[in-house]
Design a protein around this ligand. Structure first.
Ligand SMILES: [Zn+2]
Length: 461
């Protein structure tokens, strides 16, 4: 009853879920009516509003303050407060296992063990995601709590963790060691408290969030579970001051220019792929982009050639395009293509006496992240707001590119939040994490998750 009280005053029956009905019937009517009469009354009341207003499939998010009065929730919150030191140790342990792009399996194994130890039914999918299931009373609705496994650091990078006082240093310690440590801690708190959700919760340590991973883990997850997904809560990095509910659309492309190649002296006058790429780049970086909707571009890598005295046969570059608007992104990508065609034309005009094979170019997609936005009446955002209010935390909405892009682009409620504590130097070798404030981040995560999953009342557990 606690979870729906606020709505009960507005519309007594709209928010009852079928699984909740028996408990309501038992407690409210059995002392006044014989069981058969009680059941009959319940059935009548339950069916009445269905004629005038269809029952939504799911209840509105439960307010955090009400959730925090449930003994099992109190016990889970207490578990988080009392185990901060063990959570720090597990954080260091997980972060010190290498997880380069496309090579997350070693860290995935560790997550598999940790989530199994938290009493979940764990399996790995074909993409390499680790999925730990906590069955709810309603197995047809799924809520996901996820944290990405991968780092941006290539194989061979030392990811060992150094501790100075409270502070931890190591590549990936915050992004996403903090998220993974929280994922496991929340699962353990459910287990320790015997807390059972109404919707089934999937605790997911997913692959492929960073760079060219192109969100492949989250794509696979959304493909697999599709319409059953009610909400996706993504843990990424540290902090409690932000919530990403707006997905930044981006495209990453590699451009490859090829030509015959030759000798710098004897073949002078032959078109040069590096020259063509430079000419195209100079044109492209003059492209005007709007500040609103904010739109950006970056040439992040240029490679090509084999030696100083050779006309190269190939040149490549990688370009990152981002925008708050899908339309602007398309416009920018068209501009990039036009500049490349023009760059090759310019190089051809600069080598008029050459009559051999021409330069060619092609563009390969390294990743495309769709945009999207949580709806203003998003139950997940409402649950987060309520958790923030209960914990005295303030947070602002941000637009960013995260795992939440995928569910958001498909109309599934999703947000990405920090896992608490403080961090800095993400994607650098000097990355650090400070667990001061982690407790708030963990409680915020737990209450937000429960706000959308609901809790099975203990008497019908
Ligand atoms: Zn991350």
């Amino acid at each position: 009853m606690l979870f729906f009280r606020r709505n009960l005053t507005m519309h007594p029956l709209r928010n009852f879920s079928p699984s909740f009905l028996p408990a309501f019937c038992a407690s409210a009517f059995n002392s006044f009516f014989p069981p058969t009469h009680g059941a009959l009354l319940c059935a009548i009341l339950f069916l009445m509003p269905a004629r005038s207003a269809p029952l939504p499939r799911t209840p509105a998010p439960a307010p955090a303050a009400a959730l925090a009065k449930i003994p099992a929730v109190q016990s889970a919150l207490r578990w988080l407060s009392e185990n901060l030191s063990a959570i720090n140790d597990e954080h260091v342990h997980l972060s010190a296992i290498p997880a380069p792009p496309f090579q997350e399996s070693q860290r995935a194994d560790a997550l598999k063990s940790a989530l199994s130890a938290a009493g979940l039914l764990v399996h790995m999918d074909a993409a390499g995601n680790v999925i730990g299931e906590l069955p709810g009373s309603d197995q047809n609705e799924l809520v996901v709590l996820s944290a990405h496994l991968d780092t941006v650091f290539p194989p061979g990078t030392s990811v060992s963790v150094r501790r100075e006082g409270q502070r931890m240093f190591g590549p990936g310690i915050s992004d996403n060691g903090a998220g993974l440590a929280a994922l496991v801690a929340i699962a353990r708190s459910f287990h320790a408290a015997g807390l059972r959700p109404r919707a089934t919760i999937l605790f997911v340590a997913n692959v492929g969030e960073e760079g060219e991973g192109n969100l492949r883990g989250m794509r696979a997850l959304v493909d697999t579970y599709g319409e059953k997904l009610k909400a996706v809560l993504v843990l990424d990095g540290a902090g409690t001051e932000h919530v990403t509910s707006q997905a930044l659309a981006s495209r990453r492309n590699e451009i490859i220019v090829t030509g015959p190649g030759g000798h710098s002296w004897s073949d002078f006058g032959m078109p040069n792929p590096i020259n063509a790429l430079v000419r195209a780049s100079v044109r492209f970086i003059s492209t005007r982009v709007p500040s609103s909707p904010r739109t950006t571009f970056n040439i992040g890598e240029i490679h090509g050639g084999t030696s100083v005295n050779s006309i190269p046969h190939e040149a490549r570059m990688k370009v990152d395009l981002r925008s708050e608007s899908e339309d602007e992104l398309i416009r920018l990508e068209i501009a990039l293509r036009e500049c490349l065609a023009a760059g090759l034309r310019d190089e051809s005009l600069a080598t008029p006496r050459y009559s051999g094979p021409k330069l060619e170019w092609r563009m390969v997609s390294l990743g495309s992240r769709p945009g999207g936005e949580a709806r203003p009446d998003s139950p997940l955002l409402a649950a987060l707001r309520s958790a923030d209010e209960f914990l005295g935390n303030t947070s602002r909405i941000e637009r960013s590119s995260t795992d939440a892009n995928i569910p958001l682009s498909k109309g599934i409620d999703a947000i990405s939040i920090g896992a608490g504590g403080a961090g800095g130097g993400a994607h650098s070798l000097g990355e650090w994490y400070d667990p001061q404030g982690r407790e708030t981040g963990l409680k915020r995560t737990l209450l937000t998750l429960l706000g959308v999953s609901g809790v099975v009342p203990e008497k019908i557990k």
